[in-house]
Design a binder for this molecule. Structure first.
Ligand code: OFO
Length: 183
């Protein structure tokens, strides 16, 4: 008796999305290391925490695939592209990346809708909402940077931004407190 509750299409789509979340985690990790290297400790901390968050998204999908009796396919994760050339570019890239991931999330949601797989459709709504949060956060940070001069931010403005980010990271749950149930 077949106990797999996912169609092959949905199983594949979820596995691809799972890897995409792992890829997102690697991107945040790379940018965090880059920011740390530039001396932006607050921003690095914020990005490191976000890397953990993305990894938890990956785990959330992995657990769902298993729960539905389907097969998890753990594959190689693509390496992040080159480091940003400035802090402003770093946040621009983060925003672009989030929009890109939103499109991928929508694809899985659309597929599940077409297949009338309501369990997966319902599961994907969490990711749809999460992407709204993440796009908004990235958008707000970019706006702040633009007000402070964008690419031309002074050292003083960069210093304050980094200090603000240190406070913002306090609002992101610590990695060890985040579970796949409460990512
Ligand atoms: Fe996984 O939430 Fe952003 O990308």
């Amino acid at each position: 008796m077949n106990t797999n509750r996912l169609s092959k299409t949905i199983e594949t789509a979820l596995n691809i999305q799972m890897t995409k979340e792992a890829h997102a985690s690697q991107i945040y990790l790379a940018y965090a290391a880059w920011a740390g290297n530039q001396g932006f400790a607050g921003i690095a901390n914020f990005l490191f925490k976000h890397a953990h968050e993305e990894r938890n998204h990956m785990m959330k999908i992995l657990e769902y695939i298993l729960k539905r009796g389907a097969e998890v396919d753990v594959t190689a994760v693509p390496a992040p592209k080159e480091n940003p050339v400035s802090l402003f570019k770093c946040f621009e890239k983060i925003f672009e990346h989030e929009v890109d991931n939103t499109k991928a999330v929508y694809k899985v949601a659309k597929l599940s809708h077409e297949e009338e797989d309501w369990a997966t459709w319902n599961f994907m709504q969490w990711f749809v909402n999460e992407q709204v949060e993440e796009e908004t956060l990235a958008m707000n940070l970019l706006d702040k940077m633009k007000i402070a001069g964008g690419e031309k931010m002074s050292s003083n403005a960069l210093y304050s931004f980094d200090r603000d980010m240190e406070k913002t990271s306090g609002e992101v749950e610590a990695a060890q407190d985040v579970t796949t149930v409460n990512p």
